[in-house]
Write a protein that binds this ligand. Sequence first.
Ligand SMILES: [Zn+2]
Ligand SMILES: [Zn+2]
Length: 155
Amino acid sequence: MKIQIDSLKEGHNGWLETVSPGELELNGSPFNGKVSVQLDVDKRSGKIPVSIKAKSVGRFTCDRCGEEFDREIEGKCNIMFVMREQPLPDEMPGDDVRSYFSGQSELDVTSDIRDALLLSIPFKLLCSEDCKGLCPGCGVNLNFEECKCLKEKDR
Ligand SMILES: [Zn+2]
Ligand SMILES: [Zn+2]
């Protein structure tokens, strides 16, 4: 996903875009639906701070019961584009501060948005806060079924 520098007015620009996961190189990730991206971009002389909020629904597997579920994830990032004649020698594509040149037409924020979303996925994911999980005895999903252990013991 790219920001067209020439289409920005001086000062603050804010807009919302809806993009496909493919455009953000999210194919094969938990995010398989549209991503809504809120951009706030300040066009100043020699500097363009970009603030991004991206939201999308991902498909995850519950750590407690193993069921698949959908959850909206929001990722945020800020990048400062600084006009320079040459990029700094140790500059990397995902850096928070990056160079652009006079005459450059667009700013690529694809990897920033992708990483912001992927890094916002919680380490532990539950289908719901009160997921009952699986019974260690009979293995039923206690969210949907009654445990059979007790009945078997009673026999
Ligand atoms: Zn669960
Ligand atoms: Zn059981």
